[in-house]
Design a protein around this ligand. Structure first.
Ligand SMILES: Cc1cc2nc3c(=O)[nH]c(=O)nc-3n(C[C@H](O)[C@H](O)[C@H](O)COP(=O)(O)OP(=O)(O)OC[C@H]3O[C@@H](n4cnc5c(N)ncnc54)[C@H](O)[C@@H]3O)c2cc1C
Length: 396
């Protein structure tokens, strides 16, 4: 008998779940309806900034929306507004009711909008969807020449680069003392601030936006330290909040931050309902990255198909990228938070490398690299392993 699966959220993880299911469900045992509130089929959000080069959404598309697959129905521009777990139905914004045998929440996150006066003025943008980038692009085309990015993490630096590509004078405001505070320690952070500043981006660390100013639209941003930065736009990249509201309304448990609480099988308290991707809080931990979301999706597919599976045990959050032209990488315990962790750093002024070792200085626990990430691959491969040579030698 064919069973009905409803997936709420047609983002990267929802898409991965449906395509994995279709690849593995040899007997066509599940018919899938995937509901996506965005107007388009799933796209590569990780590559979103590419949209500004050419603005061709088809280059970001993930597949063809399963148009030729009779077992999948994709419903774009269709938000789910309620889940009735006792009737096993999902209601859409247009009032349609869909029955399910299994339900997967893959609703992702939404950008955090800090409660700051003026944040609702025209000229303030979030940085999450193709539509957001279309709005930013339209503002640039209409004459915006400068922008303030709120948030100096990975997303903030990516947004700052996008504004530079659009030819704008760019500022980044970050509440921590240095950029990328999650991945990079203070030693590497100082160098990162300097290198990004040398690329023409004005960095305001250890500061925050007090108000966004302007009459009919944004004209300036006032910082807590009293600085007033004249600007034509504000781009928010100050964190994300999981979209757990449907789960809450359906009586499912969510964590303090709104993430849908699931066990290490990605299952909620209801055995027919799973949550995957950025909306999920797996045993209390949330992941704002794609790879863990994909792993969760595959795990759920294997359970739906009653195939052998391995519980979710966490994910590698190692990062290596070139942000604004600056090489940055980190892995493992980059902030040396493990008991008795020993830090070994090498700072040449233009490059920074740090290894974090266990208290016996025998095993690698993590590392940070700024300016030159050449040693990253070699050292990351040693994570948790015994050192083959003296640690000082490894950093050269
Ligand atoms: C610019 C940018 C760059 C990034 N770069 C990286 C990177 O380099 N590496 C990395 O690992 N990660 C990166 N990420 C994060 C990565 O994109 C996310 O972790 C990933 O997309 C999460 O996928 P998801 O499906 O859980 O959520 P989403 O991609 O947010 O998809 C959720 C979808 O569900 C829809 N939805 C929500 N509620 C409903 C509802 N009630 N009804 C119907 N639809 C609904 C939403 O509209 C959305 O389309 C980046 C993110 C951005 C924005």
């Amino acid at each position: 008998m064919v069973r009905e699966l409803v997936v709420i959220g047609y983002g990267m993880v929802g898409h991965h779940l449906v395509s994995t299911l279709r690849a593995r469900d040899d007997g066509d045992t599940w018919r899938v309806t995937v509901l996506g509130e965005e107007p388009c089929h799933a796209y590569d959000r990780v590559g979103l900034s590419e949209y500004l080069r050419g603005r061709d959404a088809s280059r970001l598309a993930l597949g063809d929306g399963f148009v030729t697959d009779p077992m999948v129905r994709t419903r774009t521009g269709t938000a789910a507004v309620a889940v009735d777990r006792s009737a096993r139905t999902v209601t859409t914004a247009s009032g349609e009711t869909l029955g399910y045998d299994a339900l997967v929440l893959a609703t992702g996150s939404r950008p955090v909008v800090p409660p700051v006066e003026g944040m609702d003025l025209p000229g303030c943008f979030t940085y999450r969807t193709i539509e957001d980038l279309e709005r930013i692009h339209a503002a640039a085309r209409a004459g915006a020449r400068s922008g303030v990015v709120v948030g100096g993490g990975l997303l903030g630096l990516e947004a700052a680069n996008a504004l530079r590509v659009l030819g704008m004078r760019t500022h980044v405001v970050e509440v921590a003392e240095h950029l990328m505070p999650v991945q990079v320690d203070s030693g590497g952070g100082g160098l990162l601030n300097r290198l990004v500043g040398e690329l023409g981006v004005r960095v305001h660390c250890g500061d925050a936006v007090r108000t966004v100013d302007g009459h009919e639209r944004v004209s300036a941003v006032s910082l807590r330290d009293g600085t007033v930065v004249g600007t034509d736009m504000v781009v928010l990249a100050a964190g994300i909040r999981p979209r757990g509201e449907l789960a809450t309304a359906a009586g499912l448990e969510v964590d303090d931050g709104g993430g849908v609480l699931v066990d290490d099988h990605c299952r909620t308290g209801d055995r027919r309902v799973w949550a995957v991707g950025e909306c999920a809080s797996v045993e209390g931990r949330r992941y704002g990255l794609l790879a863990p979301g994909r792993a969760m999706a595959e795990l759920v597919v294997d359970q739906l198909l009653r195939r052998p599976f391995v519980a979710f045990t966490g994910a590698d959050t190692a990062t290596k990228l070139k942000l604004l032209g600056v090489d940055v990488a980190s892995f493992g315990d980059s902030h040396a938070e493990s008991d008795g962790a020993v830090e070994l750093a090498r700072d040449t002024g233009d490059t920074y490398a740090k290894l974090v070792l266990d208290s016996e200085a025998e095993r690698v626990l993590g590392g940070v690299f700024v300016g030159d990430t050449a040693p990253y691959g070699r050292l990351r491969a040693l994570l948790g392993r015994e050192l083959p040579s003296s640690p000082e030698h490894l950093l050269r």
